[in-house]
Design a protein. Structure first.
Length: 141
């Protein structure tokens, strides 16, 4: 873990808002991981006896996962340009692409990449919640 700098950070996006995104991302990740962990229950097995072991309503589960992802996507899409850039920069800090001393460079680079596909970009990051948590920790927020 990198050393946190003692500095007052002026964020456009509130740390509590980032924490809300973290909770939503963790919830989405948990739903997906739980689904994978229960894989045997979801498999259709055809053996000599043509046995089927399918014990859930896949449409209902898929719908709830899609709603959670759609809700997080809409929250991200509602951010202004500065907030979106800072959210991406926090993820980059958490991933180790930048450190806290390079915060303004990270925000500038995130702003340059544009805001059009921010939700798609962030939701495509493995361990998004962990990256955002680490980014917040690095800047002391």
């Amino acid at each position: 873990m990198q050393r946190r700098l003692e500095k007052d950070w002026e964020l456009s996006i509130g740390p509590d808002t980032v924490r809300l995104f973290i909770l939503k991302a963790k919830g989405l990740s948990a739903a997906i991981n739980e689904d994978y962990a229960d894989g045997a229950e979801h498999e259709v097995e055809l053996d000599a006896e043509s046995h089927v072991s399918h014990h859930h309503d896949g449409l209902a589960e898929e719908s709830s996962e899609n709603l959670a992802e759609e809700e997080l996507r809409e929250l991200i899409n509602d951010l202004n340009v500065d907030e979106a850039a800072e959210l991406i920069a926090l993820a980059w800090l958490g991933r180790g692409d930048y450190d806290a001393a390079e915060w303004s460079d990270a925000v500038s680079a995130a702003r340059e990449r544009g805001n059009r596909y921010t939700a798609k970009y962030l939701l495509g990051m493995p361990l998004l919640a962990d990256l955002l948590e680490e980014g917040l920790e690095q800047i002391g927020a």
